[in-house]
Design a protein around this ligand. Structure first.
Ligand SMILES: [Zn+2]
Length: 199
């Protein structure tokens, strides 16, 4: 059955979130409706506040509050290593392993001719500015081992071939076709240790 229009709209908006189908959108919508005014207001405030104050770091693209994120602001880290990730939550996953002490660059997507995602969309010009500074000697591709991830790794490897930079990718334990965000810290840090050169 169809619900009253405002409920339908709420269900529709929730169902557009990743991993939420119609059924769970319905369940969440009714949960919200029974939450009480105060909690609903708090939720709306949190959404608005995050939307207003969070934006991409001017250097690495990760989502942050200030101009630069906490990692870019830290100049004690290894300037020769740059880890490329698809989004901020994967950066957080790698940070949680404590394995990596270099800097990050958030691509914001992976190359995909079908989805019309090209070098501009994954911020390659911005990446090149960092590479032009001349400090980077290793780029670690911490992207999901999907076709798009592979395409992106090969593109980056080709992009830097005239620079003195080695491009490596995470190894063992990461199954082909899976998404990086689902791996625990142990698996991720092992994959980091056993990274191999992209060829
Ligand atoms: Zn940053």
């Amino acid at each position: 059955m169809d619900f009253a229009k405002p409920i339908e709209e709420l269900i529709y908006q929730l169902s557009r979130l990743p991993g939420i189908g119609r059924k769970s959108a319905q369940r969440t919508a009714f949960y919200i409706l029974e939450m009480g005014e105060e909690r609903v207001e708090a939720l709306i405030r949190a959404l608005g506040e995050a939307q207003r104050t969070i934006h991409p770091c001017k250097r690495c693209n990760s989502l942050t509050e200030g101009d630069l994120c906490i990692v870019c602001l830290n100049d004690e880290r290894e300037k020769s290593k740059l880890c490329l990730v698809e989004d901020t939550k994967e950066m957080a996953a790698i940070e949680s392993t404590g394995k990596f002490n270099g800097y990050y660059f958030v691509l914001g997507g992976l190359l995909s001719p079908i989805k019309k995602i090209g070098p501009e969309e994954i911020h390659i010009p911005m990446l090149e500015e960092i590479l032009d500074e001349g400090n980077i000697t290793e780029i670690i591709m911490a992207v999901s081992p999907t076709i798009e991830g592979q395409t992106t790794s090969l593109f980056i490897s080709d992009l830097v071939k005239d620079r003195n930079i080695q491009v490596t990718e995470l190894a063992q334990g990461i199954a082909i076709g899976s998404s990086l965000e689902y791996y625990d810290a142990f698996t991720l840090s092992k994959a980091f240790d056993q990274r191999r050169i992209v060829e």
